[in-house]
Design a protein around this ligand. Structure first.
Ligand code: GLC
Length: 516
């Protein structure tokens, strides 16, 4: 045997020995690892069970039974009937139930060019809409940011800013090109706040909602205010022809596609709904009653439900805390349990509660904020947790809850443990489930009220479009609450297209009336 082959054999033997050794070591290590993991899991699990019981206790009041939901339905229905009778005195009734002067959906024959201004959500939008017949609608729009100071400042300045944006939009898109010198645009004003309408183009703001709070607007005709701001700019030739709540826009956009669409719902920054009601059921209606106006769309303003305590049986101490520190205490009680503007804050308040009970982030409550980024800042900052965080955490299916951990770290909760993440995910799921179930109960009331063999409900808003399991939970609950055939449809661009359709239906009806 040559020295080289001997060396190879020795090397081979060494390799086999080494592999054997490695195998044994790996096996032993795996066994130790598995054992440790198993013991760790046992400890974690038993720890979590204890934690879960305390957490359950805090979350229990947020878990609504079907029986409670049915009671919400009954109360909403009663409030609706009472408010349809009254003269819109919001001090006596919870709901506005405002007749909107919209009497029918589009029939496909409406045409024309319209501008739409949409104020009321997280953004302010200007649109140019060209309607060429059934389902042939072209839309161009631009979103403008509203400086925060304008939302809380003097109303006239807000309307001047809207007129300025309209001017920019028209100029940037060359909309005036090839138009006769005296051409006047018809404009639909999507204004998503409670308004008492006395015609399609006369509407007094009853109160601000959703964090808006400009002075000098409540009690005034907002159509007139917008028209005056437009007229202050001599180069603008625009006539405001209709005021449209976003729910009504949603309903109109959807009913241009689905003939049985009789309900429009918004589940977004705020929540609200409208529906077609028979005029004979509206004692407070003072407008025309004839063959062509058998129905009118009612803007319910259901977000205000609970003003006179009819929701007290399900309100939690957290709901009250949120309400008391809001811009509008004791208003929009129902909306504050459901809509995107408030979901994050409800979760934040529960987290604070759990921290104070030493269930979450144990032992770290007293860390000084002066040490830099600190979870205390998050804990004490109202509005620092968003609905988007709730949605993302609720849908976190990663094994180590890394999505939740990342979100929590990004807002200043440093090094959250697995248990912290787990509990916070439970909180998000519960709060969002409650919101979707309450929304389902409210929609059920309208589906029943419309009382047709089948009803389509047009829905728009971030919660329905993007928010985790919201749509699924809503749909599931609604099916249990209303056996009647119904369909939920996402309404695309409702507040622009739909509002333009309101203006178009109005123009078409006038043309028919003058030609006959
Ligand atoms: C608020 C407004 C209401 C609007 C809803 C959705 O509840 O009061 O008019 O429809 O938000 O934007």
């Amino acid at each position: 045997m040559s020295s080289t082959s001997k060396y190879i054999i020795e090397v081979k033997i060494d390799v086999i020995k080494t592999l054997k050794l490695l195998g044994i070591t790996a096996g032993a290590l795996t066994a130790i690892g598995l054992g440790t993991y198993y013991i760790h899991q046992r400890i974690q699990r038993s720890k979590r069970v204890i934690l879960r019981d305390e957490v359950k206790h805090v979350l229990e009041p947020f878990e609504l039974t079907d029986e409670q939901l049915r009671r919400v339905m009954a109360n909403l229905n009663t409030e609706m009937i009472n408010s349809l009778k009254s003269d819109g005195d919001i001090d006596k009734n919870d709901l506005g139930m405002f007749p909107t002067y919209v009497h029918r959906g589009p029939n496909g024959q409406e045409t024309g060019e319209y501008l739409v201004v949409d104020l009321g959500g997280s953004n302010f939008r200007v649109s140019h809409v060209v309607i060429e017949g059934r389902n042939r609608i072209n839309l161009k729009n631009k979103i403008f940011l509203i400086p925060h100071s304008l939302l809380l400042g003097e109303g006239e300045r807000l309307f001047d800013y809207i007129a300025e944006c309209l001017q920019r939009f028209i100029d940037d898109n060359g909309l005036n090109l090839n138009k006769p010198v005296d051409y006047t645009f018809d404009l639909a004003f999507t204004f998503s706040f409670p308004c008492n309408q006395t015609s399609l183009s006369q509407a007094t703001l009853v109160s601000w909602t959703k964090g808006f709070s400009c002075t000098g607007v409540v009690g005034h005709d907002v159509v007139l205010m917008l028209q005056q701001a437009i007229d202050r700019r001599k180069s603008l030739k625009i006539q405001v022809v209709a005021l449209v709540n976003d729910t009504v826009g949603t309903l109109m956009a959807c009913s241009s596609i689905y003939r049985d669409c009789k309900v429009g719902v918004i589940l977004g920054t705020g929540t609200n709904a409208c529906y077609f009601e028979n005029i004979e059921n509206v004692p407070k209606w003072t407008g025309v009653r004839n063959q062509t106006t058998k129905q009118v769309v009612i803007n319910t303003e259901w977000g205000a439900l609970g003003k006179h305590a009819c929701l007290d049986f399900i309100r939690t101490s957290i709901d009250r805390e949120l309400d008391e520190s809001s811009l509008t205490p004791n208003q929009q009680v129902f909306e504050k349990m459901i809509s995107a503007l408030y979901l994050g804050e409800i979760v934040r308040l529960i987290i604070v509660d759990l921290v104070q009970r030493s269930i979450l982030l144990p032992g770290r409550m007293h860390k000084s904020p002066s040490l830099g980024r600190d979870y205390n800042i998050f804990l004490s900052l109202r509005g620092s947790f968003y609905a988007k965080h709730v949605a993302d955490i609720e849908c976190d299916t990663t094994e180590d809850l890394s999505v939740t951990s990342l979100i929590l770290t990004s807002i200043g909760i440093q090094e959250p443990s697995y248990d912290d993440c787990y509990i916070i995910r439970e909180v998000c799921k519960t709060v969002s489930l409650r919101a979707s179930r309450l929304a389902a109960a409210a929609i059920a009331v309208l589906v029943n009220r419309v009382n047709l063999p089948s009803v389509t409900v047009g829905i728009d808003g971030t919660l329905f479009r993007h928010h985790g399991k919201f749509k699924k939970n809503l749909t599931r609950t609604l099916s249990r609450l209303v056996p009647r055939t119904h369909r939920l449809v996402l309404s695309e661009d409702g507040s622009s297209k739909g509002s333009a359709l309101v203006a178009a239906v109005h123009r078409y009806t006038n043309e028919i009336a003058t030609s006959s």
